[in-house]
Write a protein that binds this ligand. Structure first.
Ligand code: ATP
Ligand code: MG
Length: 651
């Protein structure tokens, strides 16, 4: 059984697996420890991860980045229309009400929703993992930002489910990192908690989480976010400034040319990274547009000036996290950083200055989240034994339930899960009703939600309610916020106060039976839920389509492999029958065989370029029918002297 942690980053995913000797981050097919979060479509197949990255510029119109930013969003969401549109070159489209893309795939226009795109990518992640652990992959833990709401979490979970990933827990990025931190620290205090601030600045967002550690447990105390603060914002600053320079110096406007803009973005990111370790960085792009080459030199002070507005924003999140945790700066014992963007020196200094501390480096900033997720998976998986460690995570956004007033009850709402309520968590609510009623679940502070996210979570109708002797009945409703942070009404039932026998022991230890008044369950009530989950039929349709596309990609890959084998055989034998094999081939067939080999090689480059797999296989088999006996005779002859020698030696 697999024990896998997936840090689903907006730029790239990191995969970690738990093995007997510990947690390993695994490499993908080109030996990278992180896999680009990109999906690309072609006339014959899809390209996922690394393969999609190579298409990013050449096939920009059919390539989608920033998948995570689209998760759970609608097409007309202002975040999609105003922000993500600038990063995604493919045409955005409405896919069954969800944000999606319109691309050219298999020679026709096709629309895919964000959930489908995330599923495609997760399927690739699954494949990479399966290749590494040499076995099937199912159980996993996937990380999401703490600021993800229910609809966003559902999008990731549904995508995982579609590709057969059994996500044991959707865990917040920094909670995973904190778990990894806590479980490896052997010196955690028994009584006075150690408070650690974790800061993650990635590609598109920024989180600070404060957690308290005691021996064997961690408790998340507070968190704060900036959903629009990450590496891509810094890249954009460089792009903007350089675009202006190029306009003046080279008379070109990269904003009018998508490819040029993309190439400048790539160069800007590289420039930014170089500036993290060097005082200056050159930017050179050959024939960026209109046959112009451009070049520039950026130095670090200049960059820091350009991005000054971002650096000042760095502190805001830290201050807010402290406030939410109800702590003062001097209560923070350690500061740990994760995420690629914390490599920018000015960011590091700002954070360090804010806390008045050196930054600790216990965590591997690129891999801590994935490692923590793998540990969490190991803890939840029956196949592994991990040291006990309690993770008390908390609700990010308070959730309230509302309902209509009745003559008996004026109240119409309650905050069921408040800020800092732990997850998972169950609450039982009491209602007095004569007839069926409906609860609406909404996020209590819509203004705190990421922009564009509808605060509505779900609606739950409690059916079959009838008065008892003309009076309202007492109803208990069990509401659960599950391990993924998703809300449900688990059950509803009627209760009645009844006299029941209760057995107690008196002070002499003798049993006594007393009649006491007690609430007893008298019947279950059906609950009909409406949530932001996709309809089952649509998920089934998506799942089927995904497996078709997956099978098609595999077939294309197998066809390519069969073609390569045929080509290789053709070239190799053509040379060999003129060389080492020449005396072992019957002269009467030699010329014909050479001709056939030549014909096959020519055919591959001509009408055989795009043949079905079976044709390549058949042709190879036919050639081998002639070639194998020749090779066989050659081998026998080669082995003979050795065999004779061996025979002699034993005599
Ligand atoms: P997110 O957490 O926002 O979903 P992610 O997890 O994919 O995204 P990371 O891998 O943590 O993001 O960080 C990627 C970002 O870090 C990119 O914007 C990249 O340019 C930036 N980055 C990586 N190395 C450096 C460096 N040396 N200096 C500055 N920035 C860097
Ligand atoms: Mg990240």
């Amino acid at each position: 059984m697999s024990v896998v942690g997936i840090d689903l980053g907006n730029l790239q995913a990191v995969i970690a697996v738990a093995r007997n000797r510990g947690i390993d981050v695994i490499c993908n097919e080109v030996s990278n420890r992180a896999t680009p979060n990109i999906v690309s479509f072609g006339p014959k197949q899809r390209y996922l991860g690394e393969a999609a990255k190579t298409q990013e510029i050449s096939n920009a119109k059919n390539t989608i980045v920033s998948l995570k930013r689209l998760a759970g969003r609608t097409f007309d969401d202002p975040e999609v229309q105003e922000i993500e549109k600038n990063f995604i070159m493919a045409e955005l489209a409405d896919a069954n009400g969800q944000a999606g893309v319109k691309v050219n795939y298999l020679g026709e226009e096709q629309v895919f929703s964000n959930i489908q795109l995330i599923a495609m990518y997760l399927n690739k992640i699954k494949d990479i993992t399966a290749a590494e652990i040499n076995g099937p992959v199912s159980d996993c833990v996937i990380t999401v930002p703490g600021w993800f709401t229910e609809v966003q979490r559902r999008a990731v979970l549904t995508a995982a489910e579609m590709v057969g990933l059994n996500c044991l827990r959707l865990v917040n990025d920094l909670t995973a990192a904190a778990l990894g931190y806590g479980i490896t620290k052997t010196d955690l205090p028994e009584d006075k908690p150690r408070n650690v601030a974790f800061v993650d600045i990635g590609h598109s967002s920024y989180t600070c989480q404060i957690a308290s550690f005691l021996k064997g447990q961690l408790t998340v105390r507070g968190q704060a976010f900036d959903e629009h603060f990450g590496g891509r914002e810094f890249d954009a600053v460089i792009v903007d400034k350089l675009a202006a320079q190029f306009k003046e110096k080279f008379k070109i406007d990269v904003y009018t040319n998508k490819k040029a803009l993309l190439r400048l973005r790539v160069a800007a990111e590289r420039c930014k990274k170089v500036l993290s370790a060097n005082p200056q960085a050159p930017v050179n792009i050959e024939s960026i547009m209109d046959d112009r080459d451009v070049s520039a030199m950026v130095n670090r002070e200049e960059f820091e000036e350009w991005a000054a507005h971002l650096f000042t924003r760095t502190e805001e999140v830290l201050a807010k996290a402290l406030e939410n945790a109800g702590m003062k700066i001097d209560e923070i014992d350690y500061v740990e950083m994760v995420g690629g963007t914390t490599r920018i020196p000015a960011i590091k200094t700002t954070i360090s200055k804010f806390f008045g501390k050196e930054i600790s480096t216990t965590l591997n900033q690129d891999e801590a989240v994935a490692r923590g997720a793998a540990l969490q998976c190991a803890m939840l998986s029956p196949v592994f034994k991990v040291r006990d460690f309690r993770v008390n995570d908390v609700v990010t956004y308070p959730i309230k339930l509302t309902w209509e007033a009745t003559p008996e009850e004026e109240e119409t709402e309650i905050v069921v899960f408040d800020n800092n309520n732990s997850i998972p968590s169950t609450k039982i609510l009491t209602f007095f009703r004569r007839e069926p009623f409906t609860l609406q679940a909404v996020y209590a502070n819509p203004e705190a939600l990421p922009r564009g996210i509808n605060p509505w979570i779900g609606q739950y109708t409690i059916k079959n309610v009838e008065p008892l002797n003309g009076e309202p009945v007492q109803i208990k409703v069990k509401v659960r916020l599950n391990i993924h942070g998703i809300l449900s009404v688990e059950s509803a039932y009627t209760v009645e106060e009844k006299m029941v026998d209760e057995e107690t022991k008196n002070k002499d230890g003798e049993k006594e039976v007393k009649k006491v008044k007690k609430l007893v369950k008298t019947g279950d009530l059906p609950v009909v839920s409406g949530t932001t989950a996709l309809p089952k039929e649509l998920i089934n349709e998506y799942t089927e389509k995904e497996s078709q596309m997956y099978a098609n990609d595999k077939l294309i890959a197998a066809t390519e492999a069969a073609k390569n084998s045929l080509e290789e055989y053709g070239y190799e034998m053509r040379d060999k029958i003129l060389g080492p094999l020449s005396e072992y081939i019957d002269p009467s067939i030699k010329d014909k065989f050479a001709e056939d080999l030549n014909a096959v090689v020519d055919w591959i480059y001509d009408e055989g370029y795009d043949a079905p797999k079976s044709v390549y296989v058949e042709k190879l088999d036919a050639l081998k029918k002639v070639g194998n006996p020749v090779v066989e005779r050659y081998r026998e002859a080669e082995a003979r002297p050795h065999a004779e020698r061996a025979l002699r030696d034993t005599m």
